[in-house]
Design a protein around this ligand. Structure first.
Ligand SMILES: Nc1ncnc2c1ncn2[C@@H]1O[C@H](COP(=O)(O)OP(=O)(O)OP(=O)(O)O)[C@@H](O)[C@H]1O
Ligand SMILES: [Mg+2]
Length: 528
């Protein structure tokens, strides 16, 4: 207690003392003798007590003022212990910056995330911050604000404090924030064991949900490249979802359930001694939604996406380094795996051949690497990447391969255990068309749907082509314009397919004729 306060206290005690004396005098005049003794004794006791306390306080102030630092420190310690003894509450402090590190402490950020929901509902003073890479405001409690939390029937209090600037506090620590958790001593076990664990777990979940997800690439030079990391990144903002995907309902449901089960199966993977990861192979013709599905998966699971460009990886060692640098809750994607691999022997030939076919067919696939500049990522390197001992270094990860030519992939690469789920994405069905019509034209039904249904059943058209035909040029346009456009495209595709079929059967016929002719000429040439 400082000196002014002490003086006030002394004045108050003296006044109290005088009042007590006055009271005793009055009482002695108006009450009977037998009763006089009691209040007068009480007043005297109070008077003695107050002057004793006043003397102690005075002595205390002198000691605090003039005793050496060590003595004061000892006294403080003793006082704190005395206070703790009588205090029924326990406090736990979680500091914003722990140790010498400049980085915010993990526990602090998790508490902040955990309290964010509670804070926005019950705190009176809030702070709004825009997180890096994030477009939305994040609310947290302001300094010296306090909120109450309940957990399994017990109540705890959280407060945000700042280390004050005082001669006693460390200069470097001054002004730094910390969360103070207060709870009754009776719940020590429950709070330290279950409640804090619950706060950390929930905090992680909330932070994961709210963070700005990222799309990483290993291609140097494409985006800003931090010297310390092998991956560069941009914010991941793809809006694809399973609801907007043109896919049969059962297939969609199966994939969504599989993904959700994976994310909840941590205990199973631990018990089974398996790394917590799952491989997906997405295959099908170009424009059937393989890349779109990866984005939908990332959005469903709130994962980051690592788009691994294998042709940019020097060797197996670099591949391993890239793998180690990926974080948990992420999807590692290798698109067009048949083109990306530059393996020795037969696979290399196959990869190049399929890439050349792609070049011809689509004119948009990745280029095969030139001879000599090829990397040394081998099939075994890639197999190790997927499920070797190093693949267990992170948790909760999906590995997704896409290809247009599943039959060309090495069976070892796509066997179950590596690629656990094989998903075929195919041409647009009527069900798929209905999803696209809803997305693009906001139409759930129309008289032209019947014609489209019969045509779509006879034609091979990709969802990408359907989407392109349904894409409105202006919001005021009549949807019929686009449905007619699609019908025309379907009819053209049907005609083209019929012509192709006729041409092929002609070719087969011709080949057969040539074979017969060749046989005949052999017979003629045979010497008798
Ligand atoms: N199943 C689908 N549902 C909704 N939109 C789709 C679907 N398939 C394709 N699209 C649309 O077509 C475009 C191209 O699709 P996407 O890139 O996903 O195809 P892909 O299968 O990855 O093709 P590629 O094999 O050539 O890489 C997407 O932008 C999307 O708008
Ligand atoms: Mg693709």
């Amino acid at each position: 207690m400082n000196f002014p306060m002490f003086s006030i206290f002394l004045a108050f005690m003296n006044r109290f003392n005088n009042n007590a004396r006055g009271l005793s005098n009055k009482t002695s005049k108006t009450t009977q003798k037998s009763l006089q003794m009691v209040p007068s004794t009480m007043a005297e006791t109070w008077a003695t007590l107050s002057s004793t306390i006043a003397s102690i306080m005075f002595a205390w102030a002198i000691v605090c003022q003039y005793s050496p630092y060590e003595v004061r420190h000892l006294i403080d310690k003793f006082r704190q212990r005395l206070k703790d003894f009588f205090n029924p509450y326990i406090q736990i402090c979680i500091h914003e910056f722990a140790g010498d590190r400049m980085k915010r402490a993990e526990a602090y950020t998790l508490v902040e995330a955990y309290l964010s929901a509670n804070t926005s509902q019950s705190a009176n003073r809030l702070r709004a911050d825009m997180e890096t890479d994030n477009e939305s405001l994040v609310l947290s409690m302001d300094d010296y604000e306090r909120v109450t939390d309940e957990f399994e029937g017990i109540t705890v209090w959280w407060g945000l404090r700042k280390i004050p600037a005082s001669p006693r506090s460390n200069y470097a620590e001054q002004g730094k924030r910390y969360y103070k958790l207060t709870f009754n001593k009776r719940y020590r076990e429950m709070v330290t064991k279950s409640y804090l664990e619950h706060v950390m777990r929930k905090g992680k979940e909330i932070r994961m949900r709210n963070r700005q997800r990222r799309l990483y690439t290993n291609c140097a030079g494409s985006i800003k490249f931090s010297s310390s990391s092998m991956w560069s990144h941009i914010p991941f903002d793809h809006k694809a979802s399973f609801e907007t995907m043109a896919l049969d309902y059962d297939k969609k449901k199966d994939i969504v359930e599989d993904l959700l089960a994976f994310s909840k199966n941590k205990d199973f993977y631990e018990k089974a001694g398996k790394a917590w990861k799952r491989g997906y192979l997405l295959y099908g013709p170009p424009g059937t939604g393989k890349s779109t599905m990866i984005a939908a998966m990332a959005n469903l699971m709130s994962y980051d996406v690592y788009d691994l460009e294998l042709t940019g990886v020097k060797d197996n060692t670099e591949l391993r380094r890239l793998l180690i640098e990926t974080t948990s809750k992420s999807i590692i994607v290798i698109e067009d795996i048949d083109c990306s691999l530059d393996l020795t022997g037969q696979r290399k030939k196959k990869a190049e051949q399929s890439c050349l076919e792609d070049e011809k067919g689509k004119g948009k696939k990745k280029e095969t690497k030139e001879e000599g500049s090829s990397g040394k990522v081998t099939l075994s390197g890639l197999l190790n990447f997927i499920d070797g001992i190093w693949s267990a270094c992170g948790t909760e990860r999906l590995i997704v391969f896409t290809t247009n030519y599943v039959e060309k992939l090495d069976p070892a690469l796509i066997r179950r255990g590596r690629m656990d789920k094989h998903v075929e994405l195919s041409y647009c069905s009527f069900e798929g068309f209905k999803v696209l019509a809803k997305n693009y034209l906001n139409l759930e039904n129309h008289q032209m749907f019947d014609k489209i249904e019969s045509l779509i059943g006879e034609t091979k058209i990709t969802p990408a082509d359907v989407a392109e035909n349904l894409m409105p040029k202006s919001p005021e346009d009549d949807p019929e314009i686009y449905l007619s456009k699609l019908i025309q495209a379907l009819e053209e595709a049907k005609e083209a397919a019929a012509k192709k079929k006729a041409k092929k059967s002609k070719e087969v016929e011709l080949e057969k004729k040539e074979e017969v002719l060749a046989e005949d000429s052999k017979d003629i040439e045979k010497p008798e």
